[in-house]
Design a protein around this ligand. Structure first.
Ligand SMILES: C[S@@+](CC[C@H](N)C(=O)[O-])C[C@H]1O[C@@H](n2cnc3c(N)ncnc32)[C@H](O)[C@@H]1O
Length: 247
């Protein structure tokens, strides 16, 4: 079943796919500023947390899903120096920015290839990667069970999915404050700074409609993952889930 990623309601997949293509192709060159503004810079902290949790070693073949402008790919390259990273995204304009960073040396000599890939239909053979990384990707996908099954399929047995995503603060007061920020402040403030109000309205809606930590873990388990754990950041505004494909 596919959903509208802005509401969580059942809807044809094209609705969300076309919207996401339109938003990210337009903001590709401003995306990094957009990220910094929407999280008040906290995304750097969350990315470091993701690196600490990611079980990646030097011989590993890594697939970065929804890699965008390459933030996760280059962080993995610097922190873990794996054998190779396949950086993929649905939107070519986002990967163009990632390629630009790569040409400027962002991967520190780690081999990286780029390819336009829809995570719901991954064009790689079964069991071809040791680790799949994904930051702020799954929330934008209308058929999440299918995307997670695809990630599970391309992982070798024993391999891991490492997923950074916005989530739900468990503390009631913090959740209420954050809810107010999402609903009222983020579209205004984001629009003012970047001139792209629509992207921020979508961001806020999609976060509110996204499952909480337990909900995302359940989706991962339904796709065949086991040993799903997560760690909250900034009181649960973001969470990093690590899930294993059984041996
Ligand atoms: C918020 S950005 C995150 C980019 C990057 N991972 C980061 O941490 O900065 C979300 C990305 O998801 C990509 N995306 C959305 N739907 C996708 C899909 N079905 N398959 C692959 N990528 C997708 C978008 O094109 C966009 O680049």
């Amino acid at each position: 079943m596919s959903i509208d990623t802005a509401t969580g309601e059942e809807a044809p997949a094209e609705l969300s796919s076309e919207r996401v293509k339109s938003i990210f192709s337009q903001i590709a060159r401003k995306y990094e500023r957009f990220n910094a503004v929407s999280s008040f810079g906290a995304y750097r902290l969350w990315l470091s947390g993701m690196m600490r949790q990611a079980p990646i070693s030097a011989a590993d073949e890594v697939l970065d899903i929804a890699g965008g402008t390459g933030d996760v790919t280059f962080a993995v390259a610097r922190a873990k120096r794996p054998a190779h990273i396949q950086c993929t995204d649905l939107v070519p304009e986002m990967l163009d920015v990632a390629r630009m960073h790569h040409e400027a040396g962002a991967a520190n000599g780690v081999p990286v290839d780029f390819e336009v890939v829809d995570a719901q239909d991954i064009p790689y053979p079964d069991a071809s990667f040791d680790v799949v990384t994904m930051a702020y990707g799954i929330r934008n996908m209308p058929d999440r069970p299918r995307a997670l099954s695809e990630m599970h399929r391309v992982l070798r047995p024993g391999g891991a999915l490492v997923c950074l995503e916005f989530s739900t603060p468990p503390n009631r007061a913090w959740r209420a404050l954050y809810g107010f920020y999402l609903k009222h402040l983020i579209p205004f403030w984001g629009g003012l700074i970047t001139g792209d109000k629509d992207g921020f309205v979508y961001l806020a809606k999609s976060i509110r409609a996204f499952p909480d930590q337990q909900g995302l873990a359940a989706l991962m388990e339904e796709a065949g993952f086991r040993d799903v754990t997560w760690k909250n950041y900034t009181g649960g505004i973001a969470a990093v889930h690590v899930a294993r494909k059984p041996e």
